[in-house]
Design a protein around this ligand. Structure first.
Ligand code: NAD
Ligand code: GLY
Length: 361
């Protein structure tokens, strides 16, 4: 088992990574403070893992359950309210813990509910998708969607602990594994060229869920995220580099209709565009651009824009992204050597040229 710590002074917390951790009661006992616990999950994950998790909790906790419908479309204030209502009905007090058992959707809603219930109760993440294990369960971004925008309502609220059981990934559809891999590759590009090389060598083993290779990669990703969050918890600066590929990616998700492309798939095509822009600006050389594109493709991810999506579609949608500050679109662009920087001086014309020319290379 790997243990890491997200260092945030009095709000620091451990991340445990390993196979079979969900059925280790001592592990949960070590950081769950209160007897009353509510496990929030969904109709897909609960039948697979609720009993396992309860086998660790039932001996020392009074466990309630809240099972939400599955899907991004249920990441709403209604679901948030459903958790709060269930907690009130059960008479749960401030000495309670909310545990999220599921992917990023369950994690984000549950964390937000934990942040709001009686002004904040303990929160624990048990992420079950690759994306949630390497990204959304760490760092304290919680929230729900509003009909006028994705993730528009929420709070920064750190968990008390994160338990990553890599065994869960064996029931995850392979398309979801690939989507999570886009975020894994992102860490290699923005922070760690050694990780990038490791991914180039081992992608087929990772996609086949080789446990020791996968655990070590997940641990590396969490450790990078922990570093970034330690330096910039509320995204005043450096944390924005975690959004590599996301500006283009959000435009793609929006253009094709939410849920048609998975988030990671859109991010992958977005990373290719950001990398090409970087290459054209001379920040990276052609061979590195091509390696990035190949690695994403080897991970089973799309590396081109959706059919029929043109430069004007991108610009129009990117102008409405919540990350646009005072009318300026900020792009995270890869630099050489596992680094990246944020640029605010990219004109719409430059972006249009990139999008129009990339397929003619
Ligand atoms: P998800 O939570 O919708 O999970 C994907 C699908 O896999 C769902 O159908 C789910 O029920 C199913 N599933 C989950 N675990 C499974 C398992 N072990 N076996 C079988 N099926 C399983 O999607 P996701 O990709 O995990 O998360 C996406 C969400 O995360 C988005 O809402 C996004 O906004 C959010 N997010 C948040 C952050 C953050 O920092 N908080 C970061 C990135 C993404
Ligand atoms: N997923 C981006 C972040 O946590 O900041």
């Amino acid at each position: 088992m790997n243990k890491l710590v997200v260092d945030l002074a009095e709000r620091s917390y451990p991340i445990y990574i390993g196979s079979g951790l969900m059925t280790d009661p001592e592990l949960f006992k070590s950081f769950i403070r209160y007897r009353n616990v509510i496990v929030v999950s969904n109709t897909t994950v609960a039948p697979l893992y609720m009993a396992k998790l309860r086998s660790s909790l039932d001996s020392f906790c009074n466990v309630f359950e809240c099972i939400l419908p599955d899907g991004e479309e249920y990441k709403t204030l209604d679901s948030f309210n459903r958790i709060l209502t269930e907690m009130l009905r059960k008479g749960m007090g401030r000495d309670s813990t909310v545990i999220a058992l599921g992917g990023g959707v369950v994690g984000d809603i549950s964390g937000f509910a934990a942040s709001a219930y009686q002004r904040g109760v303990d929160f624990v993440q048990v992420p079950t998708t690759l994306l949630a294990q390497v990204d959304s369960s760490v760092g304290g971004k919680t929230g729900v969607n509003h009909e006028l925008g994705k993730n528009m309502i929420g709070a920064f609220y750190q968990p008390r602990g994160v338990v990553i059981d890599t065994e869960c990934l064996h029931t995850l559809p392979s398309r979801e594994i690939s989507a999570g891999m886009a975020e894994v590759i992102k860490y290699g590009i923005i922070w760690d060229s050694g990780l990038f090389e490791q991914l180039e060598k081992n992608m087929s083993d990772l996609l086949a869920l080789d446990d020791s290779k996968l655990s070590s990669v997940i641990a590396r990703c969490c450790s990078i995220k922990a570093d970034v969050v330690h330096n910039d918890e509320k995204e005043g600066g450096i944390r924005a580099i975690l959004n590599l590929g996301h500006t283009f990616g959000h435009a793609i998700e929006n253009h094709v209709g939410y849920g048609v492309w998975l988030h990671g798939e859109a991010v992958a095509a977005g990373i290719v565009l950001a990398s090409y822009l970087s290459f054209k600006r001379g920040y990276i050389d052609r061979s590195y651009y091509e390696r990035i594109r190949k690695l994403l493709s080897d991970a089973g991810l799309p590396v081109s824009s959706p059919q029929g999506m043109n430069a004007d579609d991108y610009i129009e949608l990117m102008r409405h992204d919540k990350k646009v500050k005072s009318g300026t679109i900020r792009y995270v662009l890869p630099n050489e050597g596992g680094r990246s920087s944020i640029y605010s001086d990219v004109s719409d014309d430059e972006v249009k040229k990139i999008i129009e020319n990339i397929d003619h290379e």
